[in-house]
Design a protein around this ligand. Structure first.
Ligand code: CTP
Ligand code: MG
Length: 267
């Protein structure tokens, strides 16, 4: 089964306010886009990546992504934490010409860059339209650039086990209440039934195409993610465990938190 990752990276990063579109802002010396592409490639479950980028940065996005996609697969620091420095991954890198018997380096993951749109849904639709052949499509956010490989693995495993739509989820930690527009509390929600939803969200390709087709003809402005669009087709969406390291970098404080994750080996 072939799996394509859509990577919307065309947002402006208004809330981050870091002087550049968010995917091009640096985290630990490299653009978020580079971290995101490298994480996807190192998961080992992605066959191709389609990036939606701002129209003025298409070539920059291609250069950053292609460089990141060629990063060593056997990096000494894995996405799920530090790798044993004495282990074989650190000493023998795939394709290392100086090491007899080193495993062949896998072919680089092909990268396609398309122009994004005015909002995320439009950017995802543009990337989806550029997907060549694929059985499964994962929709991610460049802003969740430190997503561990284990999250990719759980999403793809659930799809291969028969789900049509899969989202990574985490429990709520805050108490949640509903209020009036004026701010008066009118009720409590049962936190145990609520989940925070992350990306990458995974879909059987036809389901995602149908959901975006319906969104084009009958827009639902309340759907804030791709699973929300698919739910309108009465397709069951399966939750798998997400990971706090897959945080969405939104505000300046999130970039600081992401730097801590990188310094702890999540990169
Ligand atoms: N995105 C996109 N096209 C848009 C808007 C958003 O591809 N027109 C992407 C962003 O690049 C990001 C993801 O969707 O990777 C999630 O969006 P968000 O976190 O809101 O990023 P921005 O829109 O860039 O941030 P802000 O809303 O603060 O401007
Ligand atoms: Mg936004």
């Amino acid at each position: 089964m072939s799996t394509v990752l859509l990577l919307p990276a065309a947002g402006s990063g208004t809330r981050l306010a870091a002087g550049a579109p968010k995917a091009f802002v640096h985290l630990a010396g490299r653009p978020l886009l580079a971290h995101a592409v490298e994480g996807a490639v190192r998961s080992g479950v992605i066959d191709a990546i389609v990036i939606a980028a701002p129209s003025s940065l298409l070539e920059d996005a291609r250069r950053i992504a292609e460089t990141a996609a060629e990063a060593p697969v056997g990096s000494p620091v894995g996405l799920d934490g530090p790798v044993d420095p004495d282990g074989p991954v650190d000493s023998v890198r795939p394709g290392d010409p100086d090491v007899p018997g080193a495993p062949a380096r896998p072919a680089p993951v092909p990268i396609t860059v398309v122009e994004g749109g005015a909002d995320r849904v439009v950017s995802v639709a543009a990337a989806l339209a550029a997907v060549p052949q694929a059985d499964l499509v994962l929709v991610h956010d460049a802003a969740r650039c430190l997503t561990p490989a284990s999250v990719y693995h759980r999403v793809v495993a659930a799809l291969k086990a028969g789900a049509s739509a899969v989202v990574p989820v985490l429990p709520m930690t805050d108490t949640v209440k509903t209020t009036t527009d004026a701010g008066t509390v009118v009720g409590d929600l049962d936190r145990t039934a609520l989940r925070r939803v992350q990306t990458p969200q995974g879909f059987v390709r036809e389901a995602l195409i149908a959901a975006h087709g319906l969104q084009r003809t009958d827009p639902d402005r309340s759907a804030t993610d791709d699973a929300g669009l698919v739910e309108r087709l009465d397709i069951a969406v399966v939750g798998v465990p997400g990971d706090e390291a897959a945080l969405k970098i939104t505000h300046p404080i999130d970039l600081r938190v992401a730097e801590l994750y990188v310094s702890d080996g999540h990169d």
